[in-house]
Design a protein around this ligand. Structure first.
Ligand SMILES: Nc1nc2c(ncn2[C@@H]2O[C@H](COP(=O)(O)OP(=O)(O)O)[C@@H](O)[C@H]2O)c(=O)[nH]1
Ligand SMILES: [Mg+2]
Length: 469
């Protein structure tokens, strides 16, 4: 910012100088029409040099006085003011004119004094300086206009980023969604922040001014908390993508979640994340157990979501993948589990089925019916309304050779419809606008599990899909 301010400052000596020289040239021509200078016009045929030479002397003299140590004798100290609100961009421009004008004024004043001594040199410089001082006003007006345009654009970008990135908070601790987080500003917790008129680096709040977006902004680093459970969050305003996993007991839901998580973390989000990590410590222990080949049954009661945090220099905030994995008993309909709040704000749904279990098509269809019934009930959607949230049907146990192993897309869909899953396929396609099909070995961190989530992200129109390979 200092270099930008000094560029504006220095250009203030050059840009007005060009028209100032032309004006000085015209002025000296004007002087030649008065006594006693008028005599020159009678004595010389060519009076051009009498206009041009003083203009050139004035122009060069002006530059010498402004930019050499000689200038100090003329009050020209080249004192670029420190922008008070640094590092807010461009704010220095409009604040600079007073200092600039005072330097020009003292220069003109000293030149006026000296002009009695070295009249032929100092007088032209004085003329150029006076004209350049006048032209300083349109120059600074233009600079300020540019500043306000840039600021308006920066503010619009800032607002948009803030709105889209903090539109919704999903608490990694209580698993519930709310509006913007509470920000701890020292004296009180306030809800939501607004970008200030200065744009990207500062935010006006009830109590004070805090830094906002941008590389130097610290707003994302303010302590934030969940408005519902008051837990302190480390989401740094990360944008959440919520995936709810459903399926019959032991169909492979938990394995699927660990497969996606493990692959995401070990591939650093398709090599596109600077950091890919787990949010909760317990997730690390569970992932390690999964990698060692054990997968404990999940209790039917509501659980905290699995959260993967992806950070990339190309994104203004991080991306958080939430995966809700609940006990399969919920989908048998026997358990009156109260509410699964995530169904109100899921961005995508995955329905997992095991084709190797006893009567697999019936088991899957029963679980599917309970799942969709509860989803509709929770979202107050009757059976005639199609669900906009994308669904992926994930068939596990691809490692056990069978008719569905390692198929995907329409090939898998058609095969499923042929071998007894017709009702499931048909219901899914009636209930959901977008349905995709994948087969995978959920015990491994295989590509197919990531493909399923990638597709769901893409169907939901979210950029987090880029992190899956
Ligand atoms: N061979 C094989 N076993 C699987 C697969 N997916 C899950 N399992 C096993 O099935 C059992 C139940 O899996 P789990 O993920 O706990 O199912 P959940 O009850 O739906 O969460 C575990 O012993 C897993 O190791 C798979 O794709 N292939
Ligand atoms: Mg489980």
């Amino acid at each position: 910012m200092n270099s930008l301010n000094s560029a504006v400052w220095n250009l203030a000596f050059f840009i007005p100088l060009v028209p100032a020289c032309l004006a000085a040239y015209a002025f000296f021509g004007f002087l030649l029409s008065f006594f006693p200078l008028k005599a020159i016009t009678f004595l010389f045929d060519d009076i051009e040099p009498f206009k041009a030479v003083p203009a050139i002397i004035g122009c060069f003299g002006f530059l010498v006085v402004c930019f050499t140590p000689l200038g100090r004798d003329f009050g020209m100290v080249q004192n670029i003011p420190e922008s008070k609100t640094y590092p807010v961009p461009f704010i220095g421009f409009s604040e600079m004119w007073e200092s600039l004008a005072s330097e020009f004024k003292s220069l003109a004043y000293y030149l006026l004094l000296y002009s009695f001594l070295l009249f032929p040199i100092t007088f032209p410089i004085l003329v150029v300086t006076v004209v350049a001082t006048v032209l300083l006003f349109p120059y600074l007006a233009l600079v300020d206009a540019a500043y306000y345009v840039v600021m308006a654009v920066a503010k619009a970008v800032d607002k948009r980023q803030y709105r889209t990135n903090t539109k919704r908070l999903v608490c990694p601790e209580c698993g519930r969604a709310s509006g913007r987080p509470f920000y701890d500003v020292g004296t009180s917790a306030i809800e939501g922040l607004r970008p200030s008129k200065n744009g990207i680096f500062s935010v006006e709040m009830e109590t004070a001014s805090f830094p906002c977006f941008g590389s130097k902004g610290g707003r994302k680093g303010l302590v934030q908390s969940c408005p519902l459970c008051s837990s302190v969050l480390e989401t740094a305003e990360g944008k959440p993508f919520v995936l709810s996993v459903a399926g019959a007991p032991s169909s492979g839901k938990t394995s699927f979640v660990h497969s996606v998580t493990g692959r995401l973390v070990s591939t650093s989000g398709n090599g596109k994340a600077d950091k890919a990590g787990l949010y909760h410590a317990w997730e690390g222990a569970e992932l390690a157990a999964y990698r060692a080949g054990t997968c404990d049954p999940t209790p039917a009661s509501f659980q905290k979501p699995h959260v993967v945090k992806l950070e990339s220099g190309r994104l203004t905030t991080c991306r958080l993948l939430y995966m809700y994995d609940i006990g399969g008993a919920f989908f048998t309909g026997q358990i009156e589990t109260d509410m699964q709040p995530q169904y109100a704000f899921s961005d995508a749904l995955a329905f997992v089925l095991d084709p190797t279990c006893d009567r697999p098509a019936d088991a899957a269809l029963d679980a599917y019916r309970v799942f969709v019934g509860r989803y509709r009930q929770f979202n107050r959607m009757d059976a005639s309304m199609r669900i906009d949230v994308p669904l992926a049907i994930v068939v596990t146990h691809a490692d056990v050779p069978g008719p569905l192993s390692w198929l995907s897309g329409s090939e898998l869909r058609d095969r499923m419809a042929d071998i007894g899953y017709f009702n499931l396929v048909n219901s899914a396609e009636r209930d959901f606008r977008r349905v995709s099909f994948f087969s995978c070995d959920a015990r491994k961190e295989c590509k197919e599990t990531g493909d399923a989530v990638k597709r769901l992200c893409e169907d939901a129109g979210e950029d987090i899909g880029q992190f899956f390979s």
